[in-house]
Design a protein. Sequence first.
Length: 288
Amino acid sequence: MKLLRERLANFSSLCKSFLRQHALPVISMGLLVCLVLVFFFDRTVISIQSGQRGILWRRLGAGTVIDTVYPEGLHVILPFNKMYIYSIRKQQFRDSIDVLTFDGLTVNVKYTVRYYLDPSTLPLLHQIIGPDYINVAIRPDVRSVIRTLFGQYKPEEIYTSQKAIQLLFNEQSRAHLAARFVKIDDVPIESITLPARISQAIEEKMVQQQREGEYSYRMSIAKKEAERLQIESEGIRQYNETVNKSLTPSVLKWEGIAATRELAKSPNAKVVVIGSGQSGLPIILGKD
């Protein structure tokens, strides 16, 4: 124990002597190490926030690490490597483009792209496309789909087929960007602006079609009503003919006698029956 204390005392004295003789170089070296640590801190200590994933690029290795996606949290890497951070949350951006229709007319289309990144394909996305995937992959592909899609329609067809165009736009955008390692949620079309004269002509045409439809509807109702009245009048005519044929004088006289008998049987009937009229029917008089 005593020997250990002597050795510690000797080491301490040597350190103090060394510091007295080399104080300036030691202090300089310490400051240099601190500066290096501060300078490389952001490159060595990486914080990946919620909703993010990291892709590592090794300068002295094989480049992009394909088999590892770094999760949320704190990670320490070598200062000459680099960590690329990607958001895997749903994101969106708005854009507009002028496209040509089947007739060669210019149409302005405003749309929104809602997308997200699949963590399992992030290394391939980083290696093949890179961090600027919006301008390299998403925007050009979506614009290409719009140009191809709207080039198949005439202006009046665009005006009346917006729902079908929206469905095709979503399907084709998803198919194109799936090969670019980007998942499309949907691509809603916000507005389609046709040339003023074309839009006015289409609206006038639709108004005329609506008027024609209304006129045809009224004509159909009137025709059906005429048919109903004709059938009703024919039925009334046939009924009257049948009744007239069955109402002979003897039948009328018999019905009059039967009615008189019923009145006579009634305890509340206060009537006087006197002879008969020229028609052969009984004459029924009240007491007043």
